[in-house]
Design a protein around this ligand. Sequence first.
Ligand code: PLP
Length: 392
Amino acid sequence: MKFDTWKLATRAVHAADGAWRAAAGESSHVPPIYQTTNFDYPDARAADEAAQGRAYLYTRDGNPSQDALAQAVARLEGGAAGLAFASGMSALCGALLAHLERGDHVVASEGLYGGTTEVLTHLLPRAGIEHTLTQAWDAGAVERALKPATRALVVETVTNPLLRVADLPALAALCLERRIALIVDSTFATPILCRPLEHGATLVMHSATKYLGGHGDVMAGILVGSSDAIARVRTFRSMCGGVLDPFAAWLALRGLRTLALRVERQCENAAHLARGLEGLRGIERVHYPGLPSHPDHARARRLLARPGAMVSFEVSGGGEGARRFYDRVRLIARAASLGEVESLLTHPASFSHRSLPAAERARLGIGEGLLRLSVGIEDPDDLLEDVRQALQ
Ligand SMILES: *Cc1c(COP(=O)(O)O)cnc(C)c1O
C-alpha cells in the first residue's frame, strides 16, 4: 500500500484519508464532524447490524470522527487498532482497568506523570490491584520488581521532568517472556520520534492534549495496539463513557496533520536552546537527552529519531532563583501542559511534583531550582534571548 512507503511527514498529513469516505462518489476533502449522538438506519436489517456492533449506533460506543482520529494515530504508530478518549487519563485508566483484575500486580516507572502515579497509588488498590515503582530506565531494576502476579508494566518513553529514556527493547523482552502487558505512555515522544509497538509494546497511550493536538485547545487521549488489546478497552470505554467529543476529535485531527513539521521544528529549537543554556551564567545544569551530559544520551540516540522538544534546567539560587526566572520570562508563557506551538515554562517542585514531600523530590532529582521548558515553534534565537534576559 502507498501509505506504508511514505515518510512520516507525509503519513501525518494523510493518516486519516478515506476514514470518513461515503459509500460511493465524492466526499468531503477534510473529515466532516459527525456531531451526533446516534445514527439512522434504513431498515430493521441495518439496525440489527448496528446492534451487533457492525455499524455505528450511539456515540458512547463509537463515532466516525473519533475513529478517524484514533485510526490516524494508529497508522502513525504502526498499530492495528486505535481508540479515542476524552483525555489522556481516561485512555490510561481504560488500558489499566480493561487489562487488570483483582489480585494482579503492576510494575510502573518512577517519575511517571502525576495523574498516572495517582491512579496507581489511589485508584487501583481499591480494585485490589497492587503496584511497585521502579526506575524504568534500568531494565535490571524492573526485572527485580516483577512478581509472579505482575500483569502489566507501565512506563513512559521519555519521563518528566528529567527526560529519562526507557529501554523499551529490553523491557519488551522481559514482558514477552512472562506474558506481561507493556503499556507505554509515549506522549513526550510522539510517533515522529519513537513507535513503541515496533519495540514490542502491547499498548501505546497518548495524551493527545499535548503534541498530537499541538495547539493547547483540545483535550484528548488515544490508545493504540493490536485489535484484541483494543477490543477489550472498547468495552470498558462504553461502560465508563470517557469518549471523545466529535468536535474535539476533529480539532485533534487537524493538529495531527502538522505533527511532523511541528515536532521537527520543536526538536531543533530544543537542541539549540539546550546547547545555548549550557554555557550561560546562572544555569547550573541542563537536562536534555541530546546532550552528551545526559545519562540516557546513548539510549536516546538509539531509540529516538530526535532527542525531543522538552528541556529542563537548574538555575542558581534554588527556589528563589527559579521563581525569579519564572517571573522574568517575557516571550515564554508561564503555563502548565506541554507540546504546544508556544513555548511553556513550569516549575516542577511547585506544580507537577508539588504533592511529593521535599525529601522524595530530592531523591528523584527534582530540585527547587529546576525548571521545565516545553519548547515551541518560535524562532530559536528569540527563545534564547528571552532566557538570557530572564537570567540577568
Ligand atoms: C498530560 C499527560 C497525561 C494526562 O493526559 P490528559 O490529556 O491531561 O488527561 C498523561 N501522561 C503524560 C506524559 C502527560 O503529559
